[in-house]
Design a protein. Structure first.
Length: 315
């Protein structure tokens, strides 16, 4: 079975933790230990986010003013190397050398006409207070958006068209190698009039890019690991209903939050419409997610359209 696992931010950095190398490695180690059995028994691809890390690199970049700041595409490649190295090493340690693990710097083709360039939505970097966010916006000409009770920088997030290295990743899987790739959604590139790839100043959503990869390599399953137990209709309201199973068409009729669950649902729909299936659920209950005791599954079709979780009695 060919499986793509997309690691959410909680697999790399817990909310409120400092973004140190020690915390990164500790979080990745526990994540890879949880994935070890899956890695031993499937053709596994691991993808990961980079929002906090690419924002931190951008800030560190701005602190040294003797040279021009590196552009966002190069910073995205840096985070692929930084995070991918740790994931590659800890996954190899978790499977005790039974499988080879390859990290691939990945690029993602986007359209320069994508409307996302006119409407930045992708959260990157650390959180700020309202005052500090206003100062950063003025000093660096950033676009700022609310993130919970705080504020963060937002950048364009164009839709992924294709993953350039997908044929290479397929060959690695065919040879029995595990792959770590599509870090941070891959470095976004456009194709110019001469057919050359040119870096783009944006950050692609890693779940959507993972879906594009899953489609290209004909993966059986895309698993998006997050910190929520289910995808929910009317999340956070008295009318909240947790979704256990849904068809691509039925869940596509519902509305979800733009900056959080919507990209995951859109990614799941893309995979299901290509003939695969998608699971969305909690990293810390991976075994239960695979056993369908928790989490949401999106399928190409389902007679009932959507199956909601039965209401749980109040404790």
């Amino acid at each position: 079975m060919r499986v793509v696992v997309a690691l959410g931010g909680n697999a790399l950095a817990r909310r409120g933790e400092p973004m140190t190398a020690e915390y990164l490695r500790a979080n990745v180690r526990s994540t890879c230990q949880a994935l070890a059995e899956l890695a031993r028994t499937t053709e596994l691809v691991i993808t990961h986010g980079n929002g906090p890390q690419v924002g931190l690199l951008a800030l560190q970049n701005l602190a040294y003013q003797d040279v021009a700041a590196y552009p966002l595409d190069i910073l995205g490649a840096e985070t692929q190397g930084m995070i991918g190295y740790v994931v590659q090493q800890e996954l190899a340690n978790a499977v005790k050398g039974e499988r080879e693990v390859a990290g691939i710097i990945t690029t993602t083709v986007v359209s320069e006409d994508d409307p996302a360039f006119d409407r930045p939505t992708k959260l990157i970097g650390p959180q700020y207070s309202a005052h500090d966010a206003a100062e950063a916006a003025a000093e660096y000409r950033w676009t700022i958006a609310k993130d919970g009770s705080a504020f963060r920088r937002v950048v364009p997030s164009p839709d992924p068209i294709s993953i350039v290295q997908a044929p290479l990743i397929r060959r690695l899987l065919d040879d029995g190698t595990l792959a770590v790739c599509v870090g941070g959604g891959g470095v976004p590139v456009r194709i110019d009039s001469r057919g050359r790839h040119v870096g783009v100043q944006a950050v692609v959503d890693k779940d959507l890019a993972s879906a594009a990869l899953a489609e290209q390599i004909e993966a059986d399953v895309l698993i998006m690991l997050t910190d929520g137990d289910y995808v929910s209709e009317n999340w956070g309201t008295p009318e909240q209903r947790d979704i256990v199973t849904a068809s691509a068409d039925a869940i596509g009729e519902l509305s979800f939050a733009e900056g959080s669950m919507k990209p995951k649902v859109d990614a799941a729909i893309r995979v299901a419409r290509a003939g695969g299936r998608a699971l969305i659920g909690p990293l810390d209950r991976l075994d239960d997610l695979l056993a369908r005791k928790v989490g949401t599954e999106i399928l190409p079709s389902l007679e009932d359209g959507i199956v909601f979780r039965e209401p749980q009695p109040a404790v």
